[in-house]
Design a protein around this ligand. Structure first.
Ligand code: AMP
Ligand code: MG
Length: 422
């Protein structure tokens, strides 16, 4: 992806050189993050979606015994007919959980069910659909079967002593099944990141309070809650903080004492009521960035104590875009130590999209897939950074990198589906 800014848009008031590209900002954040080392032991069910803090070595082989993959008859492969057919005496039964204890001799076979242990003297299973019954206790088998067929060998899936899962693997439903199959009931996982967040703004009211002229309900804290909740982090919702240096200072210090990451929204511009920057300068280490992107240009990043701090813009769409583009990858990195590249798709633009080169734009789109499997995408209407309905209607971002100078109808465009943000 190009990270060259060819020219800034006319409304940009700062020189280009003071702006970071999206990729540069993302890299600076990752470079500043360190990985959580603390861990906890959890029972298997609670460990879903958590990151392993230790390698898992298998105490047993899976399968533990050589067993039948099908319902049928177990016999020695060396006794199979090469041509014509052959009759065998059914000498016993081996069921899953109730093995045949005896020896299978020449001319004999053992009735066997899927998962049942292969009896002594057998190495092959002929499935029940391929035999002919002869009386009560004999079967006839024709040629065309091969020795060793339909049998699962002991240790075929997992060998005892082998490393099955490596740290920092994130546990999936399949992994829970694997661990259960090894008889492992508890695993050590990295502790969850702790994230504290609050909104800033004198105009913000909480749900249930009446709105005076010029006041709005605090919606950012709810969209932030939703995005964080899906990431499996420990949340600390600190409410709304007034536009007041003292109040912002107290809230930031408290948040940093409790959390690995502190997130705020609003107050990061350089207006008279924007206190995030001056307070952070005095209580922590600050990087105040302008990022060549739209929406979301002002993003404050820095540290307070041992916490990493994200001062997101106030506009509701900008909050979500900057969260998904910067905060989310950083929070994932914090536990996994791994930067996962987003899954991107190519779609045909249903209409023309106007854009000037200079900033990376994250427009909101709705993508569909036709019967042939081809994706197309259309915009969700008004794209203002305060129009949260544009996010609500959308199922993807339409990615228009810095150097893109617009998209013609029918042209290909890259999209980032929201499903991948879970
Ligand atoms: P600011 O970055 O503080 O100047 O805010 C930019 C715009 O976003 C203003 O119109 C604010 O009213 C609005 N805004 C800021 N915080 C919130 C919030 N928590 N919920 C809804 N709108 C907000
Ligand atoms: Mg404000």
């Amino acid at each position: 992806m190009s990270s060259v800014i060819r020219s800034a848009s006319c409304s940009d008031t700062v020189p280009e050189s003071s702006m970071l590209t999206v990729a540069q900002a993302r890299q600076r954040i990752i470079d500043d993050f360190s990985i959580i080392s603390a861990s906890e032991k959890l029972n298997l069910r609670n460990a879903l979606a958590r990151v392993l803090a230790e390698d898992i070595v298998s105490p047993v082989s899976v399968p533990g015994h050589t067993n039948s993959a099908m319902d049928g008859y177990a016999l020695a492969g060396s006794g199979l007919p090469r041509s014509g057919d052959k009759t065998f005496h059914v000498a016993g039964k081996s069921y899953a959980g109730a093995p045949y204890r005896g020896q299978c001799r020449t001319g004999e076979c053992i009735r066997i069910m899927t998962g049942a242990v292969m009896p002594e003297g057998t190495d092959t299973v002929v499935i029940q659909e391929h035999i002919q019954r002869v009386g009560d206790d004999h079967i006839r088998i024709d040629g065309g079967h091969s020795a060793g067929q339909n049998v699962r060998q002991a240790g075929e899936d997992i060998a005892a002593g082998g490393t099955v899962l490596h740290t920092p693997h994130t546990l999936t439903p399949a992994d829970l099944g694997i661990l259960a199959s090894l008889g492992i009931g508890e695993v050590r996982v990295r502790r969850r990141p702790r994230v504290a967040f609050f909104s800033t703004g004198d105009e913000l009211r909480s749900i249930g309070e009446p709105l005076a002229e010029g006041e709005v309900y605090d919606s950012n804290r709810y969209s932030l809650y939703g995005m964080l909740k899906r990431l499996d982090v420990d949340l600390l919702d600190m409410g709304v903080v007034r536009d007041d240096a003292g109040a912002v200072r107290t809230a930031l210090t408290e948040a940093a004492d409790m959390a690995d990451v502190v997130i705020t929204s609003g107050g990061v511009s350089v207006g008279e009521a924007d206190y995030i920057k001056p307070v952070l300068e005095e209580t922590g280490a600050i990087d105040f960035w302008k990022i060549a992107m739209k929406p979301g240009r002002p993003l404050t990043y820095g540290r307070i104590g041992n916490s990493r701090f994200f001062g997101l813009p106030g506009n509701p769409v900008a909050v979500m875009v900057t969260f998904y583009q910067f905060v989310q990858p950083a929070l994932k990195y914090l536990v996994s130590g791994h930067v996962s590249e987003p899954l991107l798709l190519t779609a045909t633009s249903e209409s023309g999209i106007r854009k000037r080169p200079g900033r990376y734009e994250f427009q909101r789109g709705i993508y569909r897939q036709d019967e042939a499997g081809t994706f197309s995408v259309g915009k969700t209407g008004k794209q203002g950074s305060g129009v949260l309905m544009s996010m609500s209607r959308a199922n993807c971002f339409i990615l228009l990198p810095e150097d893109c100078d617009g998209i013609a109808a029918g042209e290909s465009v890259t999209i980032q589906p929201f499903d991948t943000f879970v």
